[in-house]
Design a protein around this ligand. Structure first.
Ligand code: PMV
Length: 332
């Protein structure tokens, strides 16, 4: 038997990835920039075992459904092809936060899986190769392989499926002190996955072209604001990116927001306007609002979010580590 265990964190994109190139290989059409978040994590164990007749995938203590299992098996197949490993595997994964509800479980999940599978198969790949592998399953997962502030470039139209497209670290965890408060709106899985939401947006939204045009500009400005450690501008641009992404999706009928999302967004804007807090909202493919704030403002912002209608609880996260191997004590 050969096994490895890896831990990875989700990330929140400040400039959002939303939309794939038409070519195969899960290639993003726009660049994105994220913060890897300590405070939420996935631990995944991969064991190749000659006695297994088939791959087994257990997520959160239960056998994964057919769709989730197929995505995991596709990654294992890539690793088997690259390494010559022919045995089937058992994959056991656990999140300490709700799975598939828009809290980026696919990012931490595929980052941890990619690292554990590569090492269990004996491949000596560096973080870039692991990131490229994770990207093929979930583009946001490519970013969770790295610590701190991370960029995933857009793919080049027409590039071959074999071309590597990894994320890259832009700045370390201490580059700009901030806190991300996740206002959890539900513990249920979302109805429309991000791949389907993106596809519908590009196919049907009257604003798809506007989004594809605007996203790289927002991204370039965000990179500059981050390099200048301009918290306020980073926050403003991150909120703009999230709202532009959702506006394009909503126009295609893809609505991830619930009442709690609107209430939380209104709370964040009131905190800025009436109380002078530096607080900025980001929203992914789910109803939760992720609020960027400075450490000094975190307690006040947290209290206001906890009081917002529909918010179940608030999770506090900070810039954190990339995917890493862990010991057997962490095994799920
Ligand atoms: O990587 P996926 O397929 O889980 O899509 C991620 C999409 C967003 O979370 C909404 C945006 C992003 O850049 O993380």
């Amino acid at each position: 038997m050969s096994e490895a265990i890896a831990r990875a964190h989700p990330n929140v994109a400040l400039s959002k990835y939303w939309g794939k190139l038409p070519s195969p290989g899960n290639v993003p059409a726009v660049p994105s920039l994220s913060i890897t978040l300590e405070g939420l994590s996935t631990v995944t164990r991969v064991r190749f075992d000659a006695s297994r007749a088939d791959d087994r995938v257990v997520i959160g203590g239960r056998d994964a459904d057919a769709a989730a299992r197929a995505r995991v098996v596709a990654l294992l197949d890539r690793v088997r092809l690259a390494s010559g490993e022919s045995r089937r595997a058992e994959v056991v994964s656990r999140n300490d936060f709700p799975t598939a509800s828009g809290l980026a479980s696919s990012a931490s999940g595929f980052a941890a899986l990619a690292l554990a599978a590569v090492r269990a198969a004996g491949l000596d790949w560096d973080a870039s190769r692991v990131s490229d592998l994770a990207r093929r399953s979930s583009a946001s997962a490519a970013r969770s392989v790295f610590a701190g502030y991370v960029e995933l470039p857009a793919g080049a139209p027409g590039a071959s499926e074999a071309s590597l497209l990894p994320a890259r670290a832009l700045a370390g965890v201490d580059h700009m002190p901030l806190v991300v408060l996740v206002a959890v709106a539900t513990d249920e899985a979302k109805a429309v996955g991000s791949s389907e939401g993106m596809r519908e947006t590009l196919e049907r939204s009257p604003y798809a072209a506007a989004w594809l045009d605007e996203a790289p500009r927002l991204h370039a400005r965000l990179r500059e604001a981050l390099a200048a450690r301009d918290f306020r501008l980073v926050g403003e641009l991150a909120e703009s990116s999230a709202l532009a992404m959702h506006a394009s999706a909503i126009a295609a009928g893809i609505v991830y927001w619930t009442g709690a999302t609107i209430e939380t967004l209104a709370t964040v804007r009131k905190l800025r306007r009436d109380h002078g807090f530096g607080a900025y909202a980001s929203i992914d493919a789910g109803p939760h609002v992720k609020v960027l704030t400075r450490p000094a403002d975190a307690a006040g912002v947290r209290a206001a979010l906890e009081a917002a209608s529909g918010v179940r609880r608030v999770i506090e996260a900070r810039p954190g580590h990339g995917a890493r191997l862990v010991t057997v004590e962490d095994a799920p």
